[in-house]
Design a binder for this molecule. Sequence first.
Ligand SMILES: Cc1ncc(COP(=O)(O)O)c(C=O)c1O
Length: 439
Amino acid sequence: MKPADLDALWMPFTSNRHYKASPRLLCAADGMYYTDDSGRKVLDGTSGLWCVNAGHNRRPIVEAIQRAAAVLDYAPPFQMGHPQMFEAATALAGMAPAGLDKVFFVNSGSEAADTALKIAQAYHRVRGDAARVKLIGRERGYHGVNYGGVAVGGIAGNRKHFPVGLAAVDHLRHPLDIDRNAFSRGEPAFGIELADELESRIVTLHDPSTIAAVIVEPMQGSTGVILPPKGYLKRLREICDKYGILLIFDEVITGFGRLGAPWASQRFDVVPDILTCAKGLTNGAVPMGAVLVKPAIHDAFMAAAVGERAIEFPHGYTYSGHPLACAAAIATLKLYRDEQLFERSAGMAPAFEEAAHSLRGAPFVKDIRNLGLVAGIELESRPGEPGARGYDVFLKCWEKGVMVRFTGDVIACSPPLIIDSAEIGRLFATIGDVLREIN
Ligand SMILES: Cc1ncc(COP(=O)(O)O)c(C=O)c1O
């Protein structure tokens, strides 16, 4: 099943030259496993790319997409609609943290982030508070690759090639503190004072009347599984409330059961004003994202627009609420409920935590961080070659039939929520074996 030629494709976030010299081709998938081009089964320790939470090729989702494709290929979402668009929004709002019940559809996590930032700025403007334009992100934050997301994001490597698009941006420090919190289980004990910086440093420097919103991932996934210290997110919420700043949670990774609760907002008991999601929304089967907002935000746009025919928010995508994506989302959300997969995630979390932390003491392991069904294993970097050891672990695990993710020298594990105990054992045992083999 190898393609005849690999040359034409410029692959995203990939070492193209290295990959093409020795390609890893995923040709089919089922449940917890991929099948590669040689017919070998590979255990999926990453839910694809943090998105296949219900496991691969689930029949109810596949069939819903097939049925939808045969009935309505496409419907424009501007000034028109189709039934599944409304049904999907209702289903998502019904599953969302209480109070977030207006849904705007997009096609990816990146679009969700940029849409959320635009909603935040426009919200203040429609309320007559047009000076509130500044956006506060966080170091090591990832909000996708569009200009807004990169500007509030904090991954140096993603920023350095571009003039970072938005002027009115500042960043909080990230809360990773291995010296004080190494090998924490769940939320680390130390670091709540980093949330206080929002008030003591950022608000003081910029003046709160200029700040539109703070955007954070409740757990920073892409830069190596960085958990919020105890009380940190509540403190951010309090400071935002005090100064009229909107709080945006990017739940593109943490939504849909990843942290042992339906949403990180519920896991940490903090409700944002705006929440973004994608990935698990359709179990990865069709690209889709969404921005959920409190009714007061939505209603401010409706109230401000002059005349019934005015477009209240001039924003949207050709494929917002695409029929296939909506069919996939409706089937996915039903499957999560029918199989109680978020409860299952919570139930498996203790075994997952034990297995992850069993790697403490293995060669090069400097820290292990975990919550729900996500774990990050941070390795000592090879001198002068940051990321090389992580890459080696990823390649060797693949050779042994297990797919993990690496980000720098952090190995991230985030399997489908259907994983069983034996598969959890195999996932971490394989990483342990590899750590003993590499240099
Ligand atoms: C927190 C977060 N936001 C946004 C994105 C971007 O999502 P997408 O790749 O669908 O644009 C990601 C992707 O991993 C993410 O983890």
